[in-house]
Design a protein around this ligand. Structure first.
Ligand SMILES: Cc1ncc(COP(=O)(O)O)c(C=O)c1O
Length: 339
């Protein structure tokens, strides 16, 4: 990456490291050269399965610059496992965890100079696409695949750093289908676009919180939490939404910090009542821990707490980021050193 391209001023996800790793798959067997390659365009047959039938999915994780100058990847094995799960749900050949892991470590190790200091990070985007050239394969999976690990130096996901977000609560249109909620496939994101664009245009909302028939799950790219001085509440896991690695981290940290942790169903009515003194935040690899200041339901805006980032939200954010950037010990073994 050239030095004049600054991850803190470029939009999130628009800068890329100069090299990446790739492997070619045939069924469950993947061939990786064992070396990084210069980042280059792919040549794809116009009939490529992924382009027509959506046989593509990805992961999103981060490598962080540590306080001592070294680099560590956050919760690598959890992201590898989720990637394998997504790939399996698309009926593509599932690479061995050890191979995905090695390809990620190699791709990061070759680009450690690109890892910005906190709150920046190197965002890692493992991706797989079904490559079979066959436009008659709507009801058959692609046997051949291309797996690659792309790196993007990033600053803040939400322009403006830590600021209270405005979220619109969508109670009729779901984010995705029930069977694909826990799959990180591109189709889920494009499905949510219409609702998200409307929310931005009509309400100047930052994100949409999906709560079909009042049952709160997640936003378009993050999980959802209520917190006060004593309790932390989030939706219990099922197949309808993405099982965030940051979500799991927050649950562990909150329990250790003495919060009463509740994983259960959450209604929009409870959210609105919680706003009377309680705090609300989003969690995700990109979003980190992002405070919510305003919630819009049926066009009505409700301020959460005093509308500013609350002390419990900031405490949890700090607990998370200090493990990520190596300013705190790593009692759970979440860091994988690179290089
Ligand atoms: C739909 C969705 N929900 C939740 C999350 C948060 O997951 P994680 O914390 O693993 O990044 C993401 C981001 O990956 C996401 O895209």
């Amino acid at each position: 990456m050239t030095s004049e391209r600054d991850p803190f001023s470029a939009p999130f996800g628009t800068l890329f490291s100069d090299s990446f790793t790739t492997a070619v798959g045939d069924g469950d067997s993947y061939t990786y050269s064992g070396a990084v390659e210069p980042l280059a365009d792919f040549s794809l047959h116009p009939a490529t399965h992924a382009l027509h039938y959506g046989s593509t999915c990805f992961e999103g994780l981060k490598a962080h610059r540590q306080a001592d100058g070294s680099v560590a990847i956050f919760r690598l094995d959890d992201h590898v496992a989720r990637f394998q799960q997504s790939i399996g749900k698309l009926y593509l050949g599932v690479p061995e965890a050890a191979l995905i892991r090695q390809m990620i470590v190699d791709a990061v190790a070759a680009n450690t100079d690109d890892v910005p200091v906190n709150p920046g990070a190197l965002y890692i985007r493992p991706t797989v696409i079904g490559t079979e050239p066959n436009i008659g394969a709507a009801a058959t999976p692609s046997k051949t695949t291309l797996l690659y690990i792309l790196n993007s130096p990033v600053g803040d996901y939400f322009a403006g750093g830590i600021r209270p977000l405005t979220i619109l609560v969508e109670t009729s249109t779901p984010r995705t289908t029930p069977q694909f909620g826990m799959v990180k496939s591109g189709a889920n994101y494009v499905m949510a676009l219409g609702v998200t664009l409307d929310a931005k245009r009509d309400h100047v909302a930052d994100q949409v919180l999906f709560a079909t028939e009042g049952d709160i799950t997640e936003t378009g790219a993050s999980n959802f939490f209520l917190v006060d001085d004593n309790r932390l509440i989030t939706r219990n896991l099922d197949e309808s939404f993405l099982h965030g690695v940051t979500r799991a981290s927050i649950l562990t940290l909150a329990a250790d910090l003495g919060y009463q942790v509740e994983e259960r169903s959450l209604t929009v009515d409870e959210l609105l009542a919680w706003g009377d003194g309680g705090e609300v935040f989003l969690s995700g690899t990109a979003a980190v821990v992002a405070p919510v200041g305003t919630v819009i339901v049926d066009g009505d805006r409700t301020t959460m707490g005093d509308g500013q980032p609350g002390p419990n939200t900031l405490k949890l954010r700090d607990a998370l980021t200090s493990i990520q950037d190596g300013t705190a010990p790593d009692p759970y073994g979440w860091r994988t050193p690179v290089g």
